[in-house]
Design a protein around this ligand. Structure first.
Ligand SMILES: Nc1ncnc2c1ncn2[C@@H]1O[C@H](COP(=O)(O)OP(=O)(O)O)[C@@H](O)[C@H]1O
Ligand SMILES: O=C(OP(=O)(O)O)[C@H](O)COP(=O)(O)O
Length: 395
C-alpha cells in the first residue's frame, strides 16, 4: 500500500478522528454479529496504547439523514467497552456543542464514540460543512472503515480535505490481502454474488465479466436475472429498471465464454418472514405468481458447490437467501461449507456473508473474510476507492 498508515505518524496527545465501519446487524436491540467491531480492535488498541485522544465515528444502517432510534450506536459502544475493558464514552449527537465539549475533555488513551453519522443529511451528500465540522474536532483523520471506503461521504472522504489523513490497520490489511489476490488471480477464478443490494451490485458485474472464469449469481439479486431470462418470478425481489442490463450481462457472458450460473430451482414462500404458511421447492420456471423466492433450491446448491470445488480462487459476496431465517439458510450454508472445504484461495466479503459464515462456525476455514462487501467488489473490479484515494501518500 502506498498510503500512509497510523504507524507512519505520531499520534501521542493528538485528537484522532477515526472512521470505523460499525455497521453491524442488530435485532431487537441486540448485536447479532460483531465481526466488524472485532476487526477494528487492532487500530483502536494501537491508538489507545500510543496515547491518542480517540474520537470514533461510524454509520449504522441507512437512516437517510434522520434520527432513527433503533439505529443509535449505543449497543455498539457497550460491546466495544467490553472488548477494550475500558469505558467508551458515547454522545447522542454527531456534531455540535456537546460533542465539542466532550472532545475537549478527552485525555490520552480515552475513547469517545459519536452518534450514527448518517443521522446528518450532509454525511452521504459529502457536504463540506459537515466534513469541516468533523475535521475541526481533530488533528488527524484515520480511515479504518474499509467496508465504507467505496462511499465518498463526509466522514470517509470529505474530512480528509482539511486535516492529515492516514489508513488504519484493518484498512491496510484489507487492501494488501485483496490487492495481492487480484494481482495475478489464480484460475479458474469464480465470483459468487448474492444478497439484496441489487442496485449496488449489478454495476460491479460488468467489470467482473472481464476478470472471472465463472460467475455465480444467487440470492435476491438473481431474480432480476431470472426474469431477464423470461421466467415469471412472482413476488420475488425485482429491480425492474435493471432488466435490460441483466439481459446484456447474460449475452456478454456468452460472447466472452464466461460460464454464468443462475439458480435452476428455488425455495419459495407466500410471504416474507420466519414461518410463512406456505413454503415449497420449485424449478425456476415454476415460481407461482403469488409466491416469492427466498432461497436457492437443492439442485442449485449442488451445482454451485461443484463449481466452487473446481476453482482455484473464489470470491463470495452476498447470501444466497434470507439466511437470517433458518428455513431459508440452506443455500447460504452450503456455499459457506463448500468454501470452507475448497482447496482454492477463498475470500468472503460483506457484512451479511461474513455473519453467515460466522454463524455456520466456518470462519476459520476460509482464507480471508473481508469486512467490506461492496467495497471489496469495487476494489477487485480495479476501481480506486474514494476513502482510500484521499489518504496521504507515503513520501
Ligand atoms: N431471495 C432473497 N429475497 C430477499 N432478500 C434476500 C434474498 N436473498 C438474500 N436476501 C437478503 O440479502 C441481505 C444481504 O444483502 P447484502 O447487504 O447485499 O449482502 P452483504 O452484506 O453480504 O454484502 C440479507 O439480509 C438477506 O436476507
Ligand atoms: O454494510 C456495508 O456494505 P456491504 O453490505 O456491501 O458489506 C457497509 O457498511 C456500507 O454500507 P452502505 O452500503 O449502506 O453504504
Amino acid at each position: 500500500m502506498n498510503k500512509k498508515s497510523i504507524r507512519d505518524v505520531d499520534v501521542r496527545g493528538k485528537k484522532v478522528f477515526c472512521r470505523v465501519d460499525f455497521n453491524v446487524p442488530i435485532q431487537n436491540g441486540q448485536i447479532t454479529d460483531d465481526t466488524r467491531i472485532r476487526a477494528a480492535l487492532p487500530t483502536i488498541k494501537y491508538l489507545i496504547e500510543h496515547g491518542a485522544k480517540l474520537i470514533l465515528a461510524s454509520h449504522l444502517g441507512r437512516p437517510k439523514g434522520k434520527v432513527v432510534e433503533e439505529m443509535r450506536l449505543t449497543p455498539v459502544a457497550n460491546r466495544l467497552a467490553e472488548y477494550l475493558e475500558q469505558p467508551v464514552y458515547k454522545v447522542d449527537e454527531v456534531v455540535g456543542a456537546e460533542v465539542e465539549k466532550r472532545v475537549r475533555e478527552l485525555k490520552e488513551g480515552e475513547v469517545l464514540l459519536l452518534e450514527n453519522v448518517r443521522f446528518l443529511p450532509g454525511e452521504e451528500k459529502n457536504d463540506p460543512v459537515v466534513a469541516k465540522a468533523f475535521a475541526d474536532l481533530a488533528d488527524l483523520f484515520v480511515n479504518d472503515a474499509f467496508g465504507t471506503a467505496h462511499r465518498a461521504h463526509a466522514s470517509t472522504e470529505g474530512i480528509a480535505n482539511y486535516i492529515p489523513a492516514v489508513a488504519g490497520l484493518l484498512m491496510q490489511k484489507e487492501l494488501d490481502t485483496l490487492g495481492q489476490a487480484m494481482l495475478n488471480p489464480k484460475r479458474p477464478f469464480t465470483a459468487i454474488i448474492g444478497g439484496a443490494k441489487v442496485k449496488d451490485k449489478i454495476g460491479v458485474i460488468q467489470n467482473l465479466l472481464d476478470k472471472v472464469d465463472n460467475l455465480i449469481i444467487g440470492g435476491g439479486l438473481s431474480y432480476t436475472f431470472i426474469r431477464a431470462q423470461g421466467y415469471e418470478i412472482g413476488k420475488s425481489l425485482l429491480e425492474e429498471d435493471k432488466l435490460e442490463l441483466a439481459r446484456s450481462f447474460i449475452e456478454q457472458a456468452k460472447e466472452k465464454g464466461i460460464r454464468l450460473y443462475l439458480p435452476v430451482d428455488a425455495v419459495v414462500a407466500n410471504e416474507f418472514g420466519e414461518n410463512p404458511a406456505q413454503v415449497k421447492t420449485v424449478t425456476i420456471d415454476q415460481i407461482p405468481a403469488d409466491m416469492m423466492g427466498l432461497d436457492i433450491g437443492p439442485k442449485t446448491r449442488e451445482i454451485f458447490a461443484e463449481v466452487i470445488h473446481s476453482s482455484n480462487l473464489v470470491i463470495w459476496n452476498g447470501p444466497m437467501g434470507v439466511f437470517e431465517f433458518d428455513q431459508f439458510a440452506k443455500g447460504t450454508n452450503q456455499v459457506a461449507k463448500a468454501m470452507a472445504q475448497s482447496q482454492a484461495l477463498t475470500i468472503v466479503g460483506g457484512g451479511d456473508s461474513a455473519a453467515a459464515i460466522e454463524k455456520a462456525g466456518l470462519a476459520q476455514e476460509v482464507d480471508h473474510i473481508s469486512t467490506g462487501g461492496g467495497a471489496s467488489l469495487e476494489l477487485m473490479e480495479g476501481k480506486e476507492l474514494p476513502g482510500v484515494a484521499i489518504l496521504n501518500d507515503k513520501e
